[in-house]
Write a protein that binds this ligand. Structure first.
Ligand SMILES: [Zn+2]
Length: 367
């Protein structure tokens, strides 16, 4: 734990609560324990404070991943070409999907809330659960639905499914990268932001995609833009003056939006005094970023993990000088071993056989 640390001379890029426009400004950031205790133009370092020179660095909030199948890291590379239907059958999860009745959902949620848990999460692709849970009286601000592609098919501004989310305070964890590739349907993150429905981004299955929020911000934003451009073209509407969705929108989804979705916006998601020190320091002189003046567009469109120089998680430095603080090699060895074991137990031809049998008997499952 870094007990006291001063980030000196950096440029802060952050959303602020209650505003839709991110702020970019130069200031020093004082971290004491796990909290940001002061942000000011020129903070003099006291004795015992570690000073990190942030000249020509960007400081952003830590990015918030609202939905990640971390355990699937052992399956990386195996599933990148799969459809969602194929995935559910090959992973033997399809049967489990339809076992829950509404009574079971009610019982399960009542139990979860009695523990209590802070977040209840469920997957929705094209299903009707949002309205079912609303009608069953169990939809609440502690619910995070991943994907929610069904909402992309409901563009009406007064749509009741969108309204159910907004009124209950339930949130969406949008995972655009694999939703687009696996036939979930279309991502709804930018729509949710415009409608004022709580929404963050997530990586989802780490076996299938990039694993980072940079990529999710780009997929979410560019897909929404492309979809909007296509609609304008097909409807022969007057071309707009500007893009409907901005880099700032994507930045918000990747930071404060995610924190709001998980009910953690009082702790993380912005660089503000009183928040936990969850921070990312980018090297703005890197190959990717040296030509970029604005950290918001720079991070959303140009940055990659190699530009991340220092990372604080809850006040602890986990990456410093571009290197992970904890030794990675033993973790990598264990990961490779486990990945080999899984591949040996479930070779692709065995999985393909299972899917073929299912497809020939039932056709592709619809979600
Ligand atoms: Zn998932």
């Amino acid at each position: 734990m870094a007990s006291k640390c001063l980030l000196k001379g950096g440029t802060i890029a952050t959303c602020v609560q209650g505003s839709t426009t991110p702020q970019v400004y130069k200031a020093d950031v004082l971290i004491e324990g796990n909290a940001i205790t002061r942000i000011a133009e020129d903070i003099s370092p006291q004795a015992g404070v570690e000073v990190i020179d942030c000249t020509d660095k960007w400081i952003t909030p830590g990015f918030v991943d609202t939905h990640r199948h971390l355990f699937m890291t052992v399956l990386r590379g195996n599933q990148c070409d799969w459809l969602l239907s194929e995935y559910m059958v090959k992973m033997a999860w399809y049967d489990a999907l339809w076992r829950g009745t509404m009574e079971m959902h009610k019982e399960f949620l009542a139990y979860a809330r009695s523990i209590p848990v802070s977040i209840i999460t469920a997957h929705i692709v094209k299903g009707p659960q949002i309205l079912q849970w609303r009608d069953g009286g169990i939809l609440g601000a502690d619910v995070v639905f991943s994907h929610c592609n069904v909402l992309a098919d409901r563009p009406a501004l007064d749509d009741e499914m969108w309204a159910a989310l907004k009124e209950s305070g339930a949130a969406i964890a949008s995972t655009p990268e694999d939703e687009l590739g696996m036939a979930h349907g279309n991502p709804v993150a930018l729509d949710a932001l415009q409608r004022g429905v709580k929404c963050g981004l997530g990586v989802d299955a780490t076996s299938i995609n990039s694993g980072d929020i940079f990529t999710q911000m780009r997929f979410a934003l560019q897909w929404a833009r492309g979809h909007d451009h296509e609609r304008i073209h097909l409807n022969k509407e007057t071309p707009p003056f500007h893009n409907k969705y901005s880099s700032a929108d994507a930045f918000r989804l990747g930071t404060l939006g995610g924190a709001e979705a998980l009910g953690l916006s009082n702790l993380i998601g912005t660089v503000e005094v009183g928040k936990r020190a969850d921070l990312v320091v980018f090297d703005a002189s890197s190959v990717n970023l040296a030509g970029a003046a604005d950290p918001i567009t720079g991070v959303v469109f140009h940055a990659a993990s190699e530009d991340v120089e220092t990372v604080f998680v809850d006040g602890e430095i986990v990456k410093r000088g571009g290197k992970l603080v904890h030794e990675w090699a033993p973790v990598a060895r264990e990961l490779k071993k486990r990945a080999d074991e899984v591949r040996e137990r479930w070779p692709e031809d065995k999985l393909e056989e299972r899917w073929q049998k299912w497809y020939d008997t039932n056709g592709a499952p619809i979600f």
